[in-house]
Design a protein around this ligand. Structure first.
Ligand code: PMP
Length: 337
């Protein structure tokens, strides 16, 4: 891993540190390591997918200089695309469901893309954010052929390919090949699928785990063969009701359903005990790593993803009333509301 100087911001995407989560490692007897994706320039794991998708479109001649990148996203991919677009001279148009954290929406807007907020509706609705973004890209291309691409992060496998080439390879190298298991949650599936491929190619025995929040259908799919969602979650950017092209074919050995009562307290634990202030999806990932550690037993090296920062969800994660309505509590030592 190198933290040298880079010719541009793009060069600072990836090559993130792997951090030992000391308390959880000591409690479980495993080495639980977190890949610090929140340290990417745009503040999340999605900078990588954004860069992978843009580089792939460039290589295939689909994105012309000054062209427009259009995407539907829960927010972090939009931030990543805006970072990459601003660096490389592309316009960005981001369609986002209106039920996401205001802090994340504001962060996205601070990068200057055109932002369209649309009502949060089920995937089959023609006005789902992904479909609106696909239509906007098509309209731009009708008016001016070749002027825009639809990033299509859910089904564009340039997403997982970039994770396979970068994130997965980095994890292998940073652990010196001494890794027993990897686990994380799934939004598009690019992160889990890419890393799983990179690791299994080098050592087929590496255990791949899925940490799925309540409200997502993936746990039931991998355990019972049926895409069925139960419950809900305040976590954002993760969970899915379908098997995306990125997730398709991923060798998943274990799946866990993680309720908010398990993941959200871990978010506060990470702040208090490790000095890491991270979002809800990281809580789900770390909860999954702990479950896997307990199942595999002491002595194993388990890696997961530290996705993004907690302040992106400030109005929820640090809001006593919001949490109380959902049966969750802010710890006494936090005085943030
Ligand atoms: N955590 C957060 C905060 C995210 O925004 C996302 C992406 N939507 C993920 C996790 C999941 O990553 P992926 O899309 O690669 O499955």
């Amino acid at each position: 891993m190198s933290h040298d100087s880079f010719p541009d911001t793009i060069g600072a995407i990836g090559n993130t540190p792997l951090i030992r989560l000391n308390h959880l490692s000591d409690e479980t007897g495993c080495e639980i390591l977190g890949k610090a994706e929140f340290m990417n320039p745009g503040g999340s794991v999605k900078d990588r997918a954004a860069l992978g998708i843009v580089r792939d479109a460039e290589a295939r001649g689909l994105l012309r200089p000054g062209g427009t990148i259009v995407e539907g996203t829960a927010g972090n991919t939009g931030i990543g695309l805006a970072v990459v677009g601003n660096c490389l001279g592309y316009e960005t148009v981001i369609v986002m469901p209106d039920n996401q954290s205001q802090d994340k929406i504001d962060t996205l807007k601070s990068y200057g893309p055109r932002v369209e907020l649309v009502p949060a509706v089920p995937l089959k609705d023609p006005n789902h954010f992904t479909k609106v973004s696909e239509r906007i890209a098509a309209e731009l291309n009708e008016r001016d052929p070749g002027s825009a691409i639809w990033a299509n992060q859910f089904n564009n496998t340039a997403n997982r390919a970039w994770h396979e080439r970068t994130t997965g390879t980095e994890i292998w190298e940073q652990t010196g090949g001494r890794i027993d298991a990897f686990i994380c949650s799934v939004g598009t599936g690019g992160t889990l699928a890419g890393i799983a491929r990179a690791l299994k190619a080098r050592r087929p025995g590496v255990v791949i785990g899925l940490a799925d929040p309540t409200g997502s259908a993936l746990y039931n799919y991998y355990v019972h063969g049926e895409l069925k969602a139960e419950g809900s979650s305040i976590t954002e950017g993760i969970g899915n009701s379908r098997i995306t092209d990125n997730l398709e074919g991923t060798p998943i050995d274990r799946a866990y359903r993680i309720p908010d009562e398990e993941s959200i307290p871990l978010v506060y634990d990470l702040i208090r005990r490790e000095g890491l202030s991270l979002g809800g999806s990281t809580g789900v990932n770390v909860a999954g790593a702990v479950r896997l550690a307990r199942e595999l037993g002491p002595g194993h090296v388990i890696v997961t993803i530290l996705c993004d920062g907690a302040m992106r969800y400030r109005a929820r994660l640090f809001n006593r009333a919001f949490l109380a309505e959902r049966g969750l509590a802010l710890p006494d030592w936090l005085q943030l509301d």
